[in-house]
Design a binder for this molecule. Structure first.
Ligand code: HEC
Ligand code: HEC
Length: 465
């Protein structure tokens, strides 16, 4: 009997062991997830197609607290899976007790949108570019390279010292080199993989075959709400579809602000540039609770507050960037919909049908780290670090400014011209990455790289005019 108990305990242990961690032998499916046929938008860039291994590395990065200066914050500290990768706090805590300026955005269905700028004010041009901005933010994760804090070079150095990153980067990119752009590729793939289509809305659309038909699986209230959402105000609708387009519910890229102009927590300060919203899917979790306060400033605590806002947009003369669709007839004043209470309830009921359940629970988007902060990697038994350092020097040809990246610490660089004459020496202070500027005539040069482990490599560098 005892033997069976021990056996079943071992079995349980093995099960827990298999569940945690990253298995690159049989990675989770990120690249070939099924997407309903009526979803036509897909902003995956040609230079960063999603692979299962690439997104798995992205998942590790997303959950790794080592990506913050003091080891306290991961992306997931503000973007929680249980809240559709948002935060219930109006403003999130940064790594040193600071607070973010805006509310943390949900990260659901980013791949399925026409808008490819990121943040509420669209200041990041691509998702890839966005992903390393929080790491280099003075408040969020701290590798800012300013105010006395080290920059991303220091993070890369730290990552080489964590056993799992050289292995993962080699598995995904073919060699152990860790660079900011490779981190961006991997995190971009992971964030783009987060999708939610198992909703009552999707069931209904599949059954009805057309957005404008009543959905057979809906209550009368939900169908009324859908009609109000889709129809423009002149025909008695609420006009939401004008900016948050079904079936993706992504934001129209050419939207101005929606009249929510206060800086979070301030009565006087205004910010007119918040013109992006995440998809309106998964505002609520599977239990019908809101995943967090709404809008860039987290000003609204209920969806009814939001609907009351659109029902009667405040007319603030300082708002010079209000979207024309939210002005009154003839472009005068602001939108006054005059919705009845029942109509408002119907809109809420409809928007509640846009929530799925898989996104909150699927292990492929969950924390892969063990509770002691270690990471279990399987499927990488044959990993051997390369004897020869991996080194990249680019752009090459270059006009004089170039970057050297290496998977081993650099001691110094010496540059020689074609006749072997020494031009200059750069000290690298054991970094893994060095930006250089060489003022010299166009031509061919040789860069001798001395690694901190005592070995040497030489690369040809072409300087152009
Ligand atoms: C300290 C909290 C915090 C951390 C840590 C954090 N974020 Fe965010 N995230 C935010 C906030 C707040 C916003 C909105 C900021 C704004 O618009 O100014 C945001 C916005 C985003 C967006 C934009 C979404 C959209 O639809 O435009 C993405 C993507 C994102 N974060 C991914 C990440 C990734 C990847 C990491 C880790 C490298 C990360 N975040 C770390 C709080 C955080
Ligand atoms: C003119 C374009 C426009 C129209 C029309 C519009 N919205 Fe918005 N919506 C926006 C913008 C822009 C934001 C982000 C604003 C911000 O946070 O400052 C937003 C944000 C939201 C948010 C908050 C999302 C979040 O993640 O916090 C909700 C909810 C919302 N809108 C619902 C609606 C509903 C319901 C309607 C119809 C009654 C509607 N919107 C009509 C442009 C529009």
């Amino acid at each position: 009997m005892k033997k069976y108990l021990v056996l079943s305990f071992l079995f349980l242990l093995a099960f827990v062991f298999i569940c945690a961690g990253i298995d690159l032998w049989q990675p989770e499916n990120y690249a070939a997830q099924s997407v309903p046929s009526y979803i036509t938008l897909d902003n995956t860039p040609q230079n960063n197609l999603t692979t299962d291994k690439g997104a798995s590395l992205g998942r590790v990065l997303f959950y790794d607290k080592q990506l913050s200066l003091d080891g306290s914050q991961a992306c997931a500290s503000c973007h929680h899976q249980e809240f559709a990768f948002s935060d219930t706090a109006q403003l999130s805590d940064g790594y040193k007790g600071g607070k973010t300026v805006r509310h943390a955005m949900r990260l659901v269905n980013n791949r399925f949108s026409n808008e490819i700028h990121y943040f509420w004010n669209e200041r990041a041009a691509t998702l890839e570019e966005q992903t390393t901005m929080p790491i280099q933010d003075h408040v969020e994760m701290g590798f800012s390279g300013s105010q006395g804090d080290p920059g991303i070079d220091s993070l890369i150095k730290r990552m080489y010292s964590l056993s799992y990153y050289p292995k993962l980067f080699k598995e995904v990119f073919g060699d152990t080199l860790i660079t900011e752009s490779r981190m961006q590729f991997a995190m971009g793939q992971f964030v783009r993989s987060i999708q939610s289509f198992d909703t009552k809305f999707d069931e209904g659309l599949a059954q009805a075959g057309n957005l404008n038909n009543d959905f057979p699986n809906y209550t009368g209230l939900e169908n009324t709400g859908k009609r109000l959402f889709l129809a423009p105000p002149p025909t008695g609708g609420a006009g939401c579809q004008g900016c948050h387009k079904a079936p993706e519910f992504d934001i129209d890229p050419n939207t101005h602000n929606n009249g929510v102009i206060h800086v979070a927590g301030s009565v006087d300060d205004i910010d007119l540039d918040n013109t992006k919203a995440p998809s309106l899917r998964d505002l609520f979790n599977a239990n019908g609770q809101l995943n967090g306060p709404l809008m860039h400033n987290g000003e609204f605590l209920t969806l009814m507050d939001v609907i009351n806002h659109y029902d009667s947009i405040p007319n603030d003369p300082r708002n010079t960037n209000l979207d024309n669709r939210l002005r009154g007839p003839g472009g005068n004043g602001t939108q006054q919909l005059g919705l009845t209470n029942a109509q408002k309830q119907a809109l809420v009921a409809f928007i509640k049908t846009l929530s799925g359940s898989d996104v909150y629970t699927n292990p492929k988007w969950s924390d892969p780290f063990n509770s002691d902060g270690s990471l279990t990697l399987s499927g990488l038994d044959g990993f051997e670090p390369l004897a020869q350092a991996v080194l990249q020097l680019y752009p090459n040809p270059s006009r004089g400014n170039f970057l050297i990246e290496c998977d081993q610490a650099l001691n110094k660089l010496e540059i020689f011209d074609q006749s072997g004459r020494h031009i200059i020496t750069f000290d690298c202070h054991n970094s893994y990455r060095k930006e250089l500027s060489l003022q010299a005539p166009a031509g061919i040069y040789y860069v001798t790289i001395l690694l901190s482990n005592g070995t040497k490599q030489t690369k040809k560098l072409v300087l152009s005019q």
